[in-house]
Ligand binder design. Structure first.
Ligand code: NI
Length: 171
């Protein structure tokens, strides 16, 4: 079990565009996946992208039964996607609070597509295609942004709707 440290906002590695995975079932990819799952669980994250642990590959993981950081959220199946792509469905956009393991203690209001379809590959290289909406869709969009060097703070709906979790969610 390896828990990696999560890079924080300001680290230039978070701003890079990650490379596509070209080989499946390799020891390097298997180790990356294991590290990402261990790290996400250890810090009770809702999702994690490989660049957040300093690996510039297009791999994201998300999902939980229950999550102390988002206690009101319904369960989201634990999903690992390699080379994900997102297609918005319907075009409806919704505002919602987001946090990020790379921006600890903070939340910000971000506008996202309410419904998406996402495509990608399982660790074994099998194609996957899933329709998601609401918070599930939001997490996928947030994690995939990390692969393009985009942090949610780049997408704030309104700079005044950003602050420490305890202040913005209770104040
Ligand atoms: Ni994040």
């Amino acid at each position: 079990m390896t828990i990696k440290s999560v890079l924080r906002l300001g680290d230039p590695r978070l701003l890079r565009t990650a490379d596509a995975v070209t080989e499946f079932n390799t020891p390097i990819l298997d180790k990356l996946i294991e590290d990402m799952l261990d790290t996400m669980q250890a810090v009770d994250g809702a999702g994690l992208a490989a660049p957040q642990i300093g690996v510039g590959l297009r791999v994201v993981v998300f999902g939980f039964e229950t999550n102390t950081r988002y206690p009101e959220s319904r369960p989201i199946p634990e999903t690992l996607i390699i080379n994900p792509r997102i297609t918005p469905l319907g075009g409806e956009m919704v505002d919602g609070w987001e946090g990020c393991l790379s921006v600890p203690g903070m939340r910000g209001m971000v506008c996202r597509y309410n419904q998406i379809e996402y495509h990608g590959f399982t660790p074994a290289g099998e194609p996957i295609e899933v329709v998601a909406e609401g918070f599930h869709a939001r997490i996928v969009q947030h994690e995939c942004d990390h692969l393009d060097g985009i942090i949610y703070t780049h997408r704030l709906t309104d700079p005044t709707l950003f602050g420490f979790t305890e202040e913005v969610l209770t104040g």
